[in-house]
Structure formats: C-alpha cells, structure tokens
Design a protein around this ligand. Structure first.
Ligand code: COA
Length: 179
C-alpha cells in the first residue's frame, strides 16, 4: 500500500458522516448500492462478487452515512495497481451515490478526497474503467481531469474475451512531483 494517510471519519454536512473504516454491515450496504445503482446498465453484476472484491487485500473503501437513518448513501473504493507500462496507479474501482442523494456534491466530495490522497501518495496516475454507455459518469470524470487512456482498446472493433469492447479506460496524472 503506497497510500500515505487516510483521513479520519468526519462530517460532510449536518446529516452525513464519511469514514474509511466501514463496519461489515456498512460494507455489505455499500456493495449492495453498487449492484442496485448499476443494474440498469450492467445487469450481470453480482452482490457476493462485489463484496468479495471489497475485501481484497489493499482495497480502500470509504462510505458516506446518513446519520439519522444509519445507512450507507454513497461509497468509493480504490486500490494500488501496476499497469503494463509500469505506471503505479491508484485504481478507482467504484464511486456510487444513492439516487436520492445525487447532485448534492457527495460524489464530488468523495472524488476530491480520492484525488488528494493519490496526489499526496506515491502514485503516477489515477485510473478507472467506465462503460461507454455511462455517459453521465464519463462527464463527471472528465470534469475531474480524467482523459481516455492510451490503454483503452478500440471500442466496438476490438474483441475482449470474445465480446465487443464496451468500456473506456480513463486516467489522470497525479499532480505531485514525487519523482
Ligand atoms: C456519478 C456520480 C457518482 C456523481 O455523484 P453526485 O453526488 O450525483 O455528483 P455531484 O453532486 O457531486 O456533482 C459533481 C459534478 O458532476 C456533475 N454531474 C453529476 N451527475 C451528473 C450527471 N448525471 N450528468 C451530468 N453531470 C453530472 C454535476 O453537474 C456537478 O458539476 P458542477 O459542480 O458543475 O455542478 C453519481 O451520479 C452516481 O452514483 N452515478 C451512478 C453510479 C455510477 O455510474 N458510478 C460510476 C461507475 S463507473
């Protein structure tokens, strides 16, 4: 793990608390949120698989909690990755906000924490995978400084495990000069 330090739990606003130390129940709620959010555009996502992914060694998961309802309303997950060209990336696995809590800057808050952690640690870049049909997320990532990475296969043309490629790889160079 190359991450220098994770912020302690804090209040995003009067009703919302954010923590990088979710309980098992909160982690389960977070992975259920991923599946429920994505079912329209990615129906094959599986909750058990997502929960197993969340428990991979080195996976960092942050959750935002509605304090009054005691439930997870947003989550972010990222992990170290070494790319084929040896770039050290802080790979964004998930960023998800419950539909009832969108457009209130929760996504932006979590994205800013992630970018700051990556910039302050020993990474070359931030990287993520996004489905080409998820145009809203692509706009959100572009707004946050991500561009289509050179590793993105040719959409539609290339074949990936026998299926048409329907995703983009996006990246953003880390801004701290740590070399
Ligand atoms: C993408 C997502 C995380 C954004 O979170 P959010 O809390 O709704 O976004 P915010 O309120 O923080 O908005 C941040 C900025 O992104 C823009 N944005 C957010 N959602 C947008 C949308 N649906 N379409 C266009 N722009 C959007 C906002 O306009 C805002 O820009 P502004 O600062 O100029 O107003 C959220 O919509 C989500 O959970 N989507 C479903 C899950 C998903 O697709 N995750 C990505 C998987 S790869």
């Amino acid at each position: 793990m190359r991450i220098n330090a994770l912020p302690l739990p804090y209040l995003i606003n009067a009703c919302t608390r954010f923590t990088f130390s979710p309980t098992r129940t909160q982690l389960k709620q977070a992975t259920d949120l991923v599946v429920s959010n994505m079912k329209a555009i990615n129906p094959i996502l599986d909750a058990t698989e997502k929960f197993t992914q969340a428990k991979l060694p080195g996976m960092v998961t942050g959750v935002a909690l509605d304090i009054k309802k005691s439930k997870v309303i947003a989550m972010i997950a990222f992990k170290d990755h070494i790319e084929d060209d040896e770039r050290k990336s802080c790979y964004l696995y998930e960023i998800q906000v419950h539909p009832d809590y969108r457009n209130q800057k929760l996504g932006q808050e979590m994205m800013s924490i992630y970018l700051r952690i990556a910039d302050e640690s020993d990474y070359d870049c931030c990287m993520l995978t996004v489905l080409t049909k998820n145009d809203k997320a692509i706009k959100f990532y572009t707004k946050n400084g991500f561009n289509v990475d050179e590793f993105t296969p040719d959409v539609g043309d290339a074949k990936d495990h026998g299926e048409e490629v329907d995703y983009l790889i996006m990246s953003r160079r880390c801004q701290r000069d740590h070399k």
